[in-house]
Ligand binder design. Structure first.
Ligand code: G6P
Ligand code: ZN
Length: 578
C-alpha cells in the first residue's frame, strides 16, 4: 500500500506585514461571503453567522474599503446595545480600524452605546462616523440575532451611497488588514495608545446626557418627578437604556431606583424581545393596567431609539405621540422655545401631526418609512420634530429616533402642565393631555395589523392585486360605505436633494379623511411581513373615548375585502396589532 503524502505540507500563503501609524498590520487573505447586503440599518444576521470565520471582519473591512482615504486619520465612535458577541466584536473592529488608518476610536465602556447616544457623540465630538453593534429590537444571544450599522458625519444612518459601496466590496474582498494590537480593556474608562493609534474608553452616557440637558429643563423635570404625588416606571427591557435610565432618571432627575424596571442590560435581554409595544413589553403593560399603575409608564428598545408611552391604563399611539409632543413642545421644552422649523412623519403614520401643523401654521412633510428620510430635512433646517408609527419619535438634536428623548419630552409636558397644581390636588394626567388634544385637533384613530412570516410570493401577489385595484379606481368609487378620494402608490421626491423613492406603499384615501395603506416591511429577516395601516378621523368628542379597534372595525373590514388578504396569504388574523 502507498503512503498518502501529508497534505499539510502545502504551505498557506504568508501574511504580508506593513506598518500603519507605528502599528504592525498583517494582510490576511479572505474570500467574499454571500449575503452581506447592507441596508440603512446595517447588516443583521443570526449571531452564529456573524461569529463564523471572517464574517464580521469581511463586512468591517468592506466598510473601511468603501470609505477609502477619507477615513484615514479620523476619529470614530464604537459601541452597541449590550447584546451577546458585542465585546468580542469590538476587539476585531479595533484591529481593522487601526489597519485602515483610523486615528482614534472612542469606545463606550463595556461596549455600550445607545443608537441616539452614538448620534449625539458623532455630532458633539465632530467624529467622522460611528459603528453601532445592534440588531435593534430583535432578540439577542448565541441563537438569536446580531447586527452592525454605520452612522455618518452628522450622526445619521449611513446614506445609500455608502451602504451600496460596502455591499460591492463584500462581493470582491480578498484581504483583511488587521493591526497587531492587544485586547483593549473595555471595563474601565481610560486611554490606550498603540503606536499612534488611540483607543479611548468613554462613559457612554456623558455626552448624551449633556445634550439632553441642553434640550430639556432638568430643574422643572426634577421638581416634578420628585413630587410625592407623582409616580413613573421605565422599562428598559434588559436592553441598552438600562445603562442610561439610572444615571438620567434616577441620579439626575430624582426618580426612585424602583422606577426603573429590567434596568440591567443583559446579553440576551433576559430572553425577551426588546421591542416597546403592547405585545412585547407585556410586563409594563400589565403593570400599567394593574392596581399599582404609575402615572406615567414608558419603555425603549434594544438600542434605545424606539419608545412606547403609557398613562394609567392608557396607550398613546406613536402617531399621536409625535403630534402631542409637537403641539406642546414650544411651551414645555426649552430647545423649542423659539418655535418649530417644521414637522415630519412617515407616510403610514396617521395624520394627527398634520392637524397640529395646520392649526399652528407649520410645514408638515410626509416621507417614506425609514428615519434617513428625515435627516435631509433636519440638515436643511426644515424640520424640528418627527415621528413614525413604528414607535420612533425624535428631533433635530440628533439624527436618529431617540427613546429617552421621547420619555423626557412627555415628562416635560406633564411637568409643565402640572407646575401650578399643588401637591395632593388632581393632576393633569397622560389621558387628560390626550383627551384635550383630541378635543382641539380631532382624533385620528389608528391601528396597524402585521402579518409576519408570510410567503414572499403570496405577499407580492397581493401587492400586485392591489396595484391593479388602485390603477382601476377613480375618485367617487365606493369601497363599503367609504367614498374614495384618491388611490395611489406613494412616491417621494426629497425636497432637499431631489432624489426620488418610489413604490413606498399603496394607499386608498377616502373623502372623510380615512386611509387604508398596504406595504411590505423592509426590515423582516424571513419571508415577508405585510403591514396594513388603518386610519379614521373623528372630530366628534363623544367618540374620542372609544377603543381604536372598535372605532376602526368597519374600515378594517373594507381593507381586508379590497386586498383579499386572507385569500392571498391564508391568514385569518394578524400576528401583531399595534
Ligand atoms: C426601523 C427603521 C424605521 C422604520 C422601522 C419599520 O426601525 O429605523 O424607520 O419605521 O424600521 O420599518 P418596516 O419597513 O419594517 O415597516
Ligand atoms: Zn432600535
Amino acid at each position: 500500500s502507498t503512503i498518502t503524502p501529508n497534505r499539510k505540507s502545502s504551505v498557506a500563503p504568508m501574511a504580508a506585514t506593513s506598518t500603519v501609524q507605528g502599528v504592525q498590520v498583517k494582510t490576511l487573505p479572505t474570500k467574499p461571503i454571500d449575503g452581506q447586503k447592507t441596508g440603512t440599518s446595517g447588516l443583521r444576521k443570526k449571531t452564529s453567522v456573524f461569529m463564523g470565520e471572517n464574517y464580521l471582519a469581511n463586512w468591517v473591512q468592506s466598510l473601511f474599503d468603501s470609505l477609502g482615504d477619507e477615513v484615514k486619520g479620523t476619529s470614530i465612535g464604537l459601541g452597541g446595545d449590550g447584546r451577546y458577541f458585542n465585546k468580542e466584536a469590538v476587539q476585531t473592529i479595533l484591529k481593522l480600524a487601526a489597519g485602515a488608518g483610523v486615528k482614534k476610536v472612542y469606545v463606550g465602556k463595556d461596549a455600550i452605546m445607545a443608537t441616539p447616544a452614538m448620534s449625539a457623540l458623532i455630532r458633539g465630538r465632530k467624529l467622522y462616523g460611528g459603528l453601532i453593534m445592534s440588531a435593534s429590537h430583535n432578540p439577542g444571544g448565541p441563537k438569536e440575532d446580531w447586527g452592525i450599522k454605520f452612522n455618518y458625519k452628522s450622526g445619521e444612518p449611513a446614506p445609500e451611497k455608502i451602504t451600496d459601496a460596502i455591499f460591492g466590496y463584500t462581493t470582491k474582498i480578498s484581504e483583511l488588514k488587521m493591526a497587531e494590537i492587544p485586547e483593549t480593556d473595555l471595563s474601565k474608562i481610560g486611554n490606550h495608545s498603540y503606536g499612534d493609534f488611540e483607543v479611548e474608553v468613554i462613559d457612554p452616557v456623558e455626552d448624551y446626557l449633556a445634550l439632553l440637558q441642553e434640550v430639556f429643563d432638568f430643574e422643572m423635570l426634577r421638581n416634578f418627578i420628585t413630587r410625592p404625588d407623582f409616580s413613573l416606571v421605565f422599562d428598559a427591557l434588559h436592553a441598552v437604556t438600562g445603562a442610561y435610565a439610572g444615571p438620567i432618571l434616577v441620579e439626575k432627575l430624582g426618580a426612585p431606583q424602583s422606577a426603573v424596571r429590567n434596568g440591567v442590560p443583559l446579553e440576551d435581554f433576559g430572553g425577551g424581545h426588546p421591542d416597546p409595544n403592547l405585545t412585547y413589553a407585556h410586563d409594563l403593560v400589565e403593570h400599567q393596567w394593574g392596581d399599582h399603575a404609575a402615572d406615567f409608564g414608558a419603555a425603549s428598545d434594544g438600542d434605545g431609539d424606539r419608545n412606547m408611552v403609557l398613562g394609567r391604563a392608557f396607550f398613546i399611539t406613536p402617531s399621536d405621540s409625535v403630534a402631542m409632543i409637537a403641539a406642546n413642545a414650544q411651551e414645555a421644552i426649552p430647545y423649542f422655545k423659539s418655535g418649530l422649523k417644521g414637522v415630519a412623519r412617515s407616510m403610514p403614520t396617521s395624520g394627527a401631526l398634520d392637524r397640529v401643523a395646520e392649526k399652528e401654521g407649520l410645514k408638515c412633510f410626509e416621507v417614506p418609512t425609514g428615519w434617513k428620510f428625515f435627516c435631509n430635512l433636519m440638515d436643511a433646517d426644515m424640520c424640528s420634530i418627527c415621528g413614525e408609527e413604528s414607535f420612533g419619535t425624535g428631533a433635530d438634536h440628533v439624527r436618529e429616533k431617540d427613546g429617552m428623548w421621547a420619555v423626557l419630552a412627555w415628562l416635560s409636558i406633564l411637568a409643565y402642565r402640572n407646575k401650578d397644581i399643588p401637591v395632593g390636588e388632581k393632576k393633569v394626567s397622560v389621558e387628560d393631555i390626550a383627551m384635550e388634544h383630541w378635543a382641539k385637533y380631532g382624533r385620528n384613530f389608528f391601528s396597524r395589523y402585521d402579518y409576519e412570516g408570510v410567503e414572499s410570493e403570496a405577499a407580492n401577489s397581493m401587492i400586485e392585486h392591489l396595484r391593479k385595484v388602485q390603477a382601476d379606481s377613480k375618485p367617487g368609487d365606493k369601497l363599503g360605505d367609504y367614498e374614495l378620494e384618491t388611490a395611489d402608490e406613494f412616491s417621494f421626491t426629497d425636497p432637499v436633494d431631489g432624489s426620488v423613492a418610489s413604490k413606498q406603499g399603496l394607499r386608498f384615501v377616502f373623502t372623510d379623511g380615512s386611509r387604508i395603506i398596504f406595504r411590505l416591511s423592509g426590515t423582516g429577516s424571513s419571508g415577508a411581513t405585510v403591514r396594513l395601516y388603518i386610519e379614521q378621523f373623528s372630530d366628534d368628542t363623544s367618540t374620542h373615548k372609544q377603543d381604536a379597534q372598535e372605532a376602526l372595525a368597519k374600515i378594517i373590514k373594507v381593507a381586508l375585502d379590497v386586498s383579499q388578504l386572507s385569500k392571498f396569504t391564508g391568514r385569518e388574523k394578524p400576528t401583531v396589532i399595534t
